[in-house]
Design a protein around this ligand. Structure first.
Ligand code: NAD
Length: 364
């Protein structure tokens, strides 16, 4: 089996590819535009594997997509490429409309053309798996409410609205053209190789440098946190065992207020890298002294929480990490992988392609 993964140089895509190459016999073609969020250094462990290939392609480029389908002949597509940061979508929504909506449409059309040319058995086996977010559901009112697969869509931000649009396109391509699709909607992920603009890595790295730890408003927003490797395992289960046409919600059963998450991170850092031994923080008594409440994001959803009972019941998936075990692993990873972080800070990670290929002679 060969899977075309879009957005494989991103946070979740790279975890998925490390999982597939490391734990299965499946081959992967990683198709990625390498925006600021794409980091091929996250795939250093697998990039020399003969079952891995990389294509530097934008999902909005139809001609290039057609070439990749023809050249690699994938049996399935797992579509993760997206603009993914809510704050950036508020500052500049255009890239979100372009990649998340137009890009998904372009990829669907390229996949449909390729699929239509297949023989009947290949057609029946083909899968298009669209990876989406629980943010399409908007936020929850009651403290006990959960998002199910039939919760109506009510996105709040340009990011979640663009993801909701792409979900609708994917469903329409099945209903109208018969393309065999699956959709997953997942809660907030955390773990190693997370780009430091997102809450958890931002807090860890700011704390280590003695900088303020910004918390939106009172920090009472609730998110359901899932360890990224649990998400990768769930995605692989869905592409290999999921029912065509179905949607699966994926969540971690780990609801936490943002302020709680920040306090847990500070406590772990106090234990693993005490302020007394950190020149940037030696004037503090605890990293918690750095917590700074800042003006809230406009339209900020208060609470997300997932009912993941369908994927548990039908596919036997449950998360392996609790928040306590996953967050400790995450902090330990950031403390041990300063090179990966340094390359992001200096921008050196974006030179990976040139560094890797410029000294290699072309094949005769
Ligand atoms: P990310 O921002 O870390 O990575 C996105 C990847 O897509 C990057 O490698 C980037 O270079 C690539 N990309 C962007 N535009 C592209 C384009 N036009 N063509 C080709 N590649 C392009 O995102 P992530 O956190 O890994 O999220 C992956 C997917 O999972 C997204 O679709 C996101 O909506 C969804 N999701 C994320 C979370 C989360 O907590 N991070 C939760 C649920 C769902």
């Amino acid at each position: 089996m060969k899977i075309l993964v879009t957005g494989g140089a991103g946070f979740i895509g790279s975890a998925l590819i490390r999982y597939i190459i490391g734990r299965t016999n499946v081959s992967v073609v990683n198709l990625d535009k390498l925006t600021y969020a794409g980091n091929l250094e996250s795939l250093d462990d697998v990039c020399d594997n003969e079952r891995y290939a990389f294509e530097h392609v934008d999902i909005c480029d139809r001609a290039e997509l057609d070439r990749v389908f023809l050249e690699h002949q994938p049996d399935a597509v797992m579509h993760l490429a997206a603009e993914s940061h809510v704050d950036r979508s508020i500052d500049g929504p255009a890239a979100f409309i372009e990649t998340n909506i137009i890009g998904t449409y372009t990829l669907l059309e390229a996949a449909r053309l390729y699929w239509q040319e297949m023989n009947d058995s290949q057609k029946a086996a083909f899968r298009f798996h669209h990876i989406s977010t629980d943010e399409v559901y908007g936020d929850l009112e009651g403290p006990e409410d959960l998002f199910t697969e039939s919760t109506p869509y009510a996105p709040s931000s340009p990011y979640s609205a663009s993801k909701a649009s792409s979900d609708h396109l994917v469903r329409a391509w099945q209903r109208t053209y018969g393309l065999p699709v699956l959709i997953t909607n997942c809660s907030n992920n955390y773990g190693p190789y997370h780009f430091p603009e997102k809450l958890i890595p931002l807090i860890i790295l700011n704390a280590l440098e003695g900088r303020p730890l910004p918390v939106y408003g009172k920090g009472d927003q609730i998110r359901d946190w899932l360890y990224v490797e649990d998400h990768a395992r769930a995605l692989y289960k869905v592409i290999t065992e999921g029912q065509v046409g179905e949607t699966y919600n994926i969540g971690g059963h780990n609801e936490k207020q943002n302020i709680e998450v920040v306090q847990i991170l500070c406590s772990l850092l106090d234990e693993l890298r005490p302020v007394a031994g950190n020149t940037y923080a030696s004037h503090l008594t605890t990293y918690k002294d750095l917590i700074t409440h800042v003006q809230d994001r406009p339209g900020h959803d208060l609470r997300y929480a997932i009912d993941a009972s369908k994927i548990q019941r039908e596919l036997g998936w449950t998360p392996e990490e609790s928040f306590e075990t996953g967050i400790r692993k995450t902090v330990e990873w950031y403390l041990a992988n300063t090179g990966w972080i340094e390359h992001i800070k200096t921008g050196a990670y974006q030179g990976w392609l040139e560094r890797n290929y410029s000294h290699r002679p072309a094949n005769p």
